[in-house]
Design a protein around this ligand. Structure first.
Ligand SMILES: [Zn+2]
Length: 220
């Protein structure tokens, strides 16, 4: 299938972003997906069940305005409803990045947003929205996410699941994701509390078999 120049450039940009998300550890296995909205309203989205590590330009699925694939056999990401509903409520969004960053998800297990503790997060991340748990790929999840995106936030934390960001450029959607995970990771580290009594400290550092363990083992 022949791609126009704009589509070719978008596909290349998405492959590059996919690789960076993988390299930064923001996705694992076949998790995570990326989409881009073209000038004519059509959408490009990463395929279902493929690792972003090895995404190829030809793997990316082209969807018509109504969300159906141009090629009937194509299998778009199972998280497509989330992307479509977000584009519906945010006409300014041109790209959406959905990931499973470990520290962000860890905070969500505590039933709360991660604190925005770094200068980068405070200055560049902006507000992060909270989306209560709903099954992955469900219409309920897509609706809840759209409701929060509609309030103007560009990043949402999805309980027990992951993070989604939207932006007018793919670079910004990537940076928001990376910043959120950095902030969540540092905030997790700052919750470490070690006993001030050195004898207690010694006990804390002994593992189950009495083998000395590195400090900071017990985080929670
Ligand atoms: Zn997901």
């Amino acid at each position: 299938m022949e791609w126009g120049e704009a589509e070719r450039a978008l596909r290349a940009e998405m492959v590059d972003c996919a690789r960076r998300l993988w390299q930064r550890g923001l996705v694992t296995g076949s998790s995570g997906n990326i989409s881009a909205k073209m000038e004519d309203g059509a959408i490009l989205v990463t395929p279902s069940g493929r690792s972003l590590e090895r995404l190829r330009e030809s793997d990316i699925v082209h969807l018509r305005h109504d969300g159906t694939p141009l090629l009937a056999a194509a299998r778009p990401s199972s998280e497509l409803p989330l992307h479509l509903s977000a584009y519906r409520v945010r006409p300014d969004a041109k790209y959406i990045v959905h990931t499973h960053p470990t520290a962000c998800v860890t905070w969500s297990l505590r039933g709360r947003l991660f604190p925005r503790v770094t200068v980068g997060a405070m200055e560049s991340l902006g507000a992060v929205g909270w989306v209560p748990y709903a099954p992955a790929g469900s219409a309920k999840l897509a609706d809840s996410a759209a409701e929060i995106f509609a309030r103007g936030v560009d990043a949402i934390l999805m309980e027990r699941h992951g993070l989604s960001t939207l932006a007018a450029t793919l670079e910004r959607a990537f940076i928001l994701t990376d910043l959120a995970e950095e902030s969540a990771r540092i905030a997790l580290g700052s919750t470490l509390s070690l006993p001030t009594d050195p004898s207690e400290q010694g006990k804390r550092n002994l593992g189950d078999e009495g083998v000395p363990m590195p400090p900071h083992r017990a985080i929670f």
